[in-house]
Design a protein around this ligand. Structure first.
Ligand code: EPZ
Length: 420
């Protein structure tokens, strides 16, 4: 087990080259289940969530290996349709292997991915959508079995623009003959990237990003080489760090329109944000005005995955503001840890009132991926030493996080915890 030791108060200066987005790579790896050929994904990092998805591919009989930053996936010999509980439990978003398994083998069986640190994570929208495509479901306490022998195209109207359900259903319809339409689909850039991947491999998907996705089924997909889009949430995390600590931080490989909702907030807080083709730079003196209100929404609204980092930024700003978390019912766990660092936050249901304060170092615990990243940013800002445990949560979505922060001038070390 490791911990971070951070000495705060340093400004951050430098450039971060952001790599392939976790939330683009995961559905694309799942999509390879229906490709009887080799796929190479460029620019990927050894994130724990990616490695867990690779384990699922191997468990199903496929091959999946890293070659430096290339992820090579070969599902020619994939033959199993059922995934063990410990694998689906380790990766909540494993549920979106149902669509590709049903497309490939017309059968699928997974254990319930279950709730996780940030909320219940139900999968009703996934299952209702699959039923619309003719999939027969049988469920018991532990698992869901899907019979897709009569899978067909159809019209689906999602009650909520769920990212995972949209991805699952696009993949379920990709090889089903006829036209499928998904209404009220999620519009995140990662959905567009999945569409672009499927089309690059011979599929026929259109409309991603517009809220209505149209899938015209094809007989098969072929392999090839693909570069998933870069990680806008990782980029946003570094931009928020630069704004709250002060200095000048540039993130490369990112399209500005993926982060409009964040850059607008950083400007409101008093930071200077400049955008060029493929890069965004934030400059700040570290003394920010608090944001009056941040409310998370589906894309293009403010991303829920940046709620914890922006709450950390607000905790160290001047004034009083509100954070409203509309996407997940349990995504304020980082506030208890931020309060150990002097933050003044009152949480009531899905709303948090934040009064700016001077943060000081403390021993804190990461409880989930983005909450852990928020604690790192708070530690970089705080006066004195902060120690953070629970790094396994952060490793799920940030690779070599401490090295990247060190390259920006932050004082952070990752050390082993003696187990005596
Ligand atoms: C994806 O999760 C992302 N994960 C999450 O990122 C992200 O926070 C989320 O989308 C929202 O943008 C991946 O892409 C791997 P949803 P997903 O289905 O698909 C409810 C991170 O930190 N819902 O859009 O699980 C659900 O409970 C992770 O990188 C249902 O009610 O999100 C939630 O309240 C965390 N029924 C809301 O919809 C369903 O069947 C949004 O969930 C499905 C979802």
């Amino acid at each position: 087990m490791d911990k971070y030791i951070i000495n705060g108060g340093k400004k951050l200066h430098g450039v971060v080259d952001v790599m392939a987005a976790k939330n683009a790579v995961l559905p694309i790896i799942a999509c390879c289940i229906m490709i009887k050929d080799v796929v190479v994904l460029k620019g990927c990092e050894r994130l724990t969530d990616v490695e867990n998805m690779m384990r699922i591919i191997r468990n199903l009989g496929g091959r999946c290996d890293f070659d430096s930053n290339d992820l090579i996936i070969d599902c020619k010999k994939l033959s199993r349709h059922s995934v063990s509980h410990e694998l689906t439990g380790a990766l909540r978003s494993s549920v979106f292997i149902l669509g590709p398994l049903l497309s490939r083998l017309h059968r699928a069986e997974i254990s319930y991915p279950g709730g996780c640190d940030i909320g219940l994570r139900p999968i009703d929208l996934h299952l209702e959508g699959l039923k619309n495509l003719g999939v027969k479901l049988s469920e018991d306490e532990e698992k869901i079995s899907c019979d897709g022998r009569n899978i067909h195209s159809g019209i689906i109207s999602l009650a909520f623009p769920s990212v995972g359900a949209t991805e699952n259903l696009i993949m379920a319809a990709t090889l089903a003959s006829g036209r499928t339409v998904i209404r009220n689909a999620a519009a995140e850039p990662e959905i567009i990237d999945l569409q672009n991947f499927i089309n690059a491999m011979g599929g026929n998907v259109h409309g991603a990003g517009s809220g209505v996705v149209i899938i015209d089924g094809v007989s098969s997909l072929h392999g090839g080489v693909y570069s998933p889009i870069r990680d806008r949430i990782s980029a946003g995390t570094f931009l928020i760090g630069g704004a709250m600590c002060g200095g000048k931080v540039t993130v490369k490989g990112i399209r500005s329109d993926w982060l409009f909702s964040l850059t607008e907030k950083l400007r409101l807080a008093g930071a200077v944000v400049t955008e060029k083709l493929g890069e965004i730079t934030v400059e700040s003196d570290g003394a920010l005005r608090i944001l009056r209100k941040v409310e998370t929404q589906p894309f293009p609204g403010f991303p829920t995955d940046l709620q914890a980092p922006i709450t950390a930024m607000m905790s160290a700003s001047k004034g009083r503001g509100y954070v409203i978390e509309n996407l997940f019912e349990n995504r304020f766990r980082h506030t208890r840890e931020l309060k150990k660092m002097g933050a003044d936050i009152i949480v009531c249901g899905r709303a948090a009132t934040v009064r700016g304060a001077k943060l000081h170092g403390a021993n804190v615990i990461a409880q989930d991926l983005r909450g852990g990243a928020a604690l790192v940013l708070a530690g970089l800002k705080a006066e004195g030493k902060t120690e953070i445990i629970g790094l396994e949560h952060i490793d799920r979505g940030y690779y070599n996080f401490e090295e990247k922060i060190t390259s920006l001038g932050g004082d952070i070390k990752r050390v082993k915890i003696s187990c005596v």
